[in-house]
Design a protein. Structure first.
Length: 276
């Protein structure tokens, strides 16, 4: 009976690893098994030891910690004997991975260290590991083209589409709009602290100029910094400069229209002329 239970724990470990596309550490896997009360720590470690002895696992060192991926033998074993794992345990594993995937992936995929370069300066070395089966440059494409509004909302990188989806009840789109405003608010607060206060807050660019709800969300509860917005003025549109400051606002709040294409053309012209 004891050996049957140990075999089950070994299959659980293999199944957990098989369900993700990045290596898992001993502690990450043990956390799931122990938190669920399936067995004790010593039995889990015995299961790991036997799996390593049987060449079921490939070991990688990440930040001086062993992380596991399946060997060919391990993949064959879980494919053949997965049916022995009760559905209730599979459901527990699926829920664990759903709740913890971001944390688990971050530990295996992102590493950073730093070292002195000159004087009081330091160089930070940050590495983001791409999945082994991703084509070269795919991570860059995901980070730069498929993340942000699109990655969070699952709808679009266009704020207009995301807002429409949020209004229709799409929870992910709603989360994306809230996160955008939250991040902008954090930048406003951090720069206000760094500069010793604010004289003027400017909204510009596509979203800043055209999305009154983002402007309202960013400025909400910012009275302690002297920022308030007039709701009626904030609904207006402009082709130049619009003052949307609320009554008594110590900080001037402006909407300033931009012409990115014109600025690009001017900068290009200046570069060309400078090389003549």
């Amino acid at each position: 009976m004891e050996q049957e239970q140990l075999t089950l724990y070994k299959l659980m470990i293999l199944y957990l690893i098989e369900k993700v596309d990045f290596p898992l550490s001993n502690s990450q896997i043990s956390e799931f098994i122990l938190d669920k009360g399936y067995t004790n720590y010593f039995t889990v470690q015995r299961a790991f030891h036997e799996l390593e002895e049987e060449n079921m696992l490939r070991v990688k060192q990440i930040r001086n910690m062993s992380h596991y991926a399946l060997s060919d033998e391990g993949s064959e074993a879980i494919e053949m004997f997965e049916y022995q794992i009760p559905n209730s345990i599979k459901e527990d594993i699926a829920q664990f991975l759903k709740e913890k995937e971001y944390e688990l992936r971050k530990e295996a995929s992102v590493t950073a260290d730093f070292y002195p370069s000159k004087g009081d300066e330091y160089t930070v070395n940050l590495k983001i590991r791409e999945k082994e089966n991703l084509p070269q440059g795919k991570a860059n494409e995901i980070l730069n083209k498929k993340s942000g509004l699109l990655g969070i909302s699952g709808v679009s990188s266009d704020m207009r589409d995301v807002t429409s989806a949020a209004d229709a009840g799409n929870e992910r789109a709603k989360l994306a709009t809230e996160m955008l405003a939250y991040q902008i608010k954090k930048y406003v607060g951090s720069y206000a602290a760094a500069m010793g206060g604010l004289d003027c807050l400017v909204f510009t660019g596509g979203i800043g100029e055209n999305d009154n709800r983002v402007r309202a969300s960013v400025c909400e509860n910012m009275g302690f910094l002297g920022i308030s917005v007039d709701p009626a003025k904030n609904q207006q549109r402009t082709s130049d400069i619009l003052d949307i400051s609320g009554k008594g606002s110590r900080v001037k709040v402006l909407v300033v229209c931009t012409n990115e294409e014109l600025m690009i053309a001017r900068d290009t012209k200046a570069l060309v002329e400078a090389r003549r």
